[in-house]
Design a binder for this molecule. Structure first.
Ligand SMILES: C[S@@+](CC[C@H](N)C(=O)[O-])C[C@H]1O[C@@H](n2cnc3c(N)ncnc32)[C@H](O)[C@@H]1O
Ligand code: SF4
Length: 377
């Protein structure tokens, strides 16, 4: 299994972000949260003593706001209460404004062996528009620091499709990202929820989103640019040097089970997807006073739901799904059951069926949501 641990704190909320994270919390809030988290780790480990962890992912929010002692205590508790497999991937997300030499050393001491840095852009005006707490110089300094400590296994996140962003600017971002020598890149198309500050600006006409054609050109440019430079495109938004896929995220896309710990974290076990409620106060108070913390079941899936879920997740991977394996797991022959939909999208050049696998084409990745919602219907 994989384990996801949510750290719901940020220095300041970015103007586009809809993740469950709270800005401006105090040191004692963080400390109490970590104490509560340690209790949850112990309780969940006691409930599932045979679980073997192949990955741990500290995500957020901004896990790099935690200090070395807190990071060490979390990873140690995971090792005390669960079996962490030898060579497990232990990742942490970080914001460039929060890393320094001591923090990197503490991460190494805690056993963290993969880093995912939220860069978003290498241009100050784009970072300002997004309301990031750091500038481009801080990104470069942080990357230099990462190299100086000998880290090789790190990812950079970039966002594209920003209002006013040109194709040339996007290419510059890609070039600068590769200059940082990451082994993994996550490229996210800007998605705005209405209630975020940027979402409101768009609704009021103060900002204008790019049109779909412009977004497609940016995506296509990234695919071509990175393929020529040795990066495998292995998931809709993810690219890596050979063998450097994020093993934790593969757990999700391969439809395998995972545990989510911390306020707002989602778990998927025995066909059930459930979430710790995204409520810092309730979560912390309950755990610290020895009471059950609030959990809600999101869906309990049986036969057909599990199959649709595996189809949707599996198609996110560029390798697509193995139809024979799928038939063995779910007793469903997709190529005959969904013959018309598949034929329709193959004709439009969005789906591909080859060597017993169903996958998206390059154009298909970009329109994947449309195609997948057709499958769900
Ligand atoms: C939880 S953040 C982790 C990194 C850290 N919190 C930071 O931002 O520096 C994960 C990534 O999701 C992406 N992201 C967040 N909100 C997004 C949005 N509305 N549209 C596109 N990408 C988004 C960003 O690239 C971000 O780095
Ligand atoms: S730092 Fe990351 S998690 Fe926090 S608000 Fe910004 S994008 Fe969201």
């Amino acid at each position: 299994m994989g384990m996801y641990i949510h750290i719901p704190f940020c220095i300041k909320k970015c103007r586009y972000c809809d993740f469950y994270s709270l800005p401006g919390k105090s040191g004692s809030d963080l400390d109490n949260y970590v104490r509560a988290l340690l209790k949850e780790i112990k309780i969940r480990g006691g409930q599932m003593p045979t679980v073997q962890l192949e990955s741990i992912y500290l995500g957020g929010g901004t896990p790099s706001l935690l200090d070395g002692r807190q990071l060490r205590s979390i990873i140690k508790a995971c090792g005390d209460c669960f079996n962490i497999l030898p060579g497990a991937e232990i990742s942490m997300e970080a914001n460039p404004a929060t890393l320094d030499k001591a923090k990197l050393a503490a991460m190494e001491a805690a056993g963290i062996n993969r880093l995912s840095l939220g860069v978003q852009s290498f241009f100050d005006d784009e970072l300002d528009l997004m309301g990031r707490v750091h500038d481009a110089a801080a990104v470069r300094e942080t990357v230099d620091l990462i190299h100086s400590r000998g880290w090789k296994n790190f990812n950079l996140d970039l966002i594209y499709g920003l209002p006013g962003q040109s194709l040339g600017r996007w290419l510059q971002n890609l070039k600068q990202a590769l200059d940082c020598k990451p082994c993994h890149l996550s490229l996210y198309l800007l998605q705005l929820e209405q209630h975020t500050p940027m979402g409101k600006d768009v609704a009021r006409g103060r900002l204008q989103m790019l049109d779909e054609d412009e977004e497609w050109h940016m995506y296509n440019l990234a695919m071509e640019y990175l393929a020529k430079r040795g990066f495998d495109h292995y998931e809709i938004s993810n690219f890596c040097l050979p063998g450097k896929e994020c093993r934790h995220n593969l757990v999700y896309w391969q439809g395998r089970e995972y545990l989510g710990l911390g306020a707002g974290a989602v778990s998927f076990v025995a066909g059930s997807r459930y979430s710790n409620q995204p409520n810092l106060k309730l979560y912390t108070e309950a755990l610290l006073s020895g009471k059950p913390w609030p959990v809600e079941e999101l869906e309990h899936m049986s036969g057909r739901d599990l199959m649709i879920d595996a189809l949707i997740l599996g198609l996110r991977l560029c390798a697509g799904i193995d139809l024979a394996d799928f038939k063995q797991r779910f007793g469903a022959d997709i190529s005959s059951e969904h013959k018309e939909i598949i034929a329709q999208y193959m004709d439009r050049g969005l789906l591909n069926m080859e060597n017993g696998r169903l996958s998206f084409t390059k154009a298909g990745y970009f329109l994947s949501n449309q195609v997948l919602s057709h499958f769900i219907d």
